[in-house]
Design a protein around this ligand. Structure first.
Ligand code: NAD
Length: 291
């Protein structure tokens, strides 16, 4: 299956990163968002990130210019109709994603592969509501996309081999590494990572350690580049809680119960770096633990 044009729906932090790596690898990118502001911000972010790569000698100026030319933005979903592959990277809400697929499908070629970058929603369920469950799968990038090496490829129950191989071919062309995961709650990375983060929050909640001692224990004692609480702040505590809820509901095992302290931080609106406060307070020059 020959893939040349890639449609991306949603130009937020993941969508802009996906557009960046796809265009840099030579694909033509059609980037869609409902918000003109989000599209402009995405182009500015991609330009800034490419400039940084040029500064570090990783990308030539000619490649940067050609990459930017390969990205076309549009607020009209129908303009993604000629895509060979569509990656949906819009807001993590099932009704939003479902409405996008419903609006998009009448404009697509019968051969177009449809994928979602969802972190937690069932691929099989999303696929079942489309006209092409066999050509539907999960294409799960890690954040920040230009930096992180892994892409999880998730087969729904109906995904055919040709679709999986075509997506694997795209990951290869990006120079990234694919991990194949079955369609169960939170797939592989978040199935393992989130319970560890949740356990770190329990360790804090029960007073076993402070924010600083928990993070330095995992950094120095287990050689993790970031402590689990620092990492939770980076991901977003609302996202961490949402994924724990998906694990808890989807696997019906009390070992996945979200820590009440994590819930409390989210209720307070202390969501981590994006709101300037989480397990650390980022409003000053250096992050200060909040417990
Ligand atoms: P984000 O909030 O930064 O961006 C979402 C974008 O979707 C926004 O620009 C919004 O305007 C747009 N959007 C909303 N409804 C739309 C519609 N109907 N049509 C087109 N665009 C629409 O979110 P994000 O962090 O980029 O996450 C996007 C997806 O990627 C989610 O499914 C999320 O679970 C997944 N994901 C996120 C991360 C992460 O670390 N943030 C990592 C892996 C996967």
């Amino acid at each position: 299956m020959d893939i040349q044009t890639i449609g991306i729906v949603g130009a937020g932090q993941m969508g802009n990163g996906i557009a960046h790596v796809m265009a840099l690898a030579g694909y033509d990118v059609l980037l869609n968002d409902v918000s003109a502001e989000a599209l402009q911000k995405a182009v500015d972010t991609i330009t800034g990130n490419l400039d940084r790569q040029v500064g570090r000698g990783k990308v030539t100026e000619a490649d940067r210019d050609a990459t930017l030319k390969r990205i076309v933005t549009t607020q009209t979903l129908a303009e993604l109709g000629q895509s060979d592959l569509v990656i949906e990277a819009a807001t993590e809400r099932e009704t939003v994603k479902q409405a996008i697929f419903e609006d998009l499908i009448p404009h697509l070629k019968p051969t177009t592969i449809l994928t979602s970058n969802t972190s937690s929603i069932s691929i099989t369920r999303l696929a079942s509501r489309t006209d092409r469950p066999e050509k539907f799968m999960g294409f799960h990038f890690m954040n920040p996309v230009p930096v992180m090496q892994l892409v999880e490829l998730i087969r729904g129950i109906a995904t055919d081999k040709e679709t999986f191989e075509a997506c694997r071919g795209v990951v290869d062309k990006l120079g990234k590494t694919a991990a194949s995961a079955e369609d169960f709650p939170a797939f592989i990375v978040n199935r393992i990572l989130m319970p560890m983060i949740n356990e770190a929050v329990y360790t804090l909640y029960e007073g076993v350690g402070s924010v600083e001692s928990i993070d330095s224990s995992l950094k120095l004692g287990a050689n993790h580049p970031m402590g689990p609480l620092e990492l939770a702040d980076f991901i977003g505590l609302d996202t961490c809680l949402a994924i724990m809820n998906v694990l808890h509901d989807g696997l019906a095992d009390t070992k996945y119960r979200p820590c009440p302290l994590l819930t409390k931080y989210v209720e307070a609106g202390w969501l981590g770096r994006k709101s300037q406060r989480g397990f650390y307070d980022y409003r000053g020059d250096v992050p200060v633990p909040t417990r």
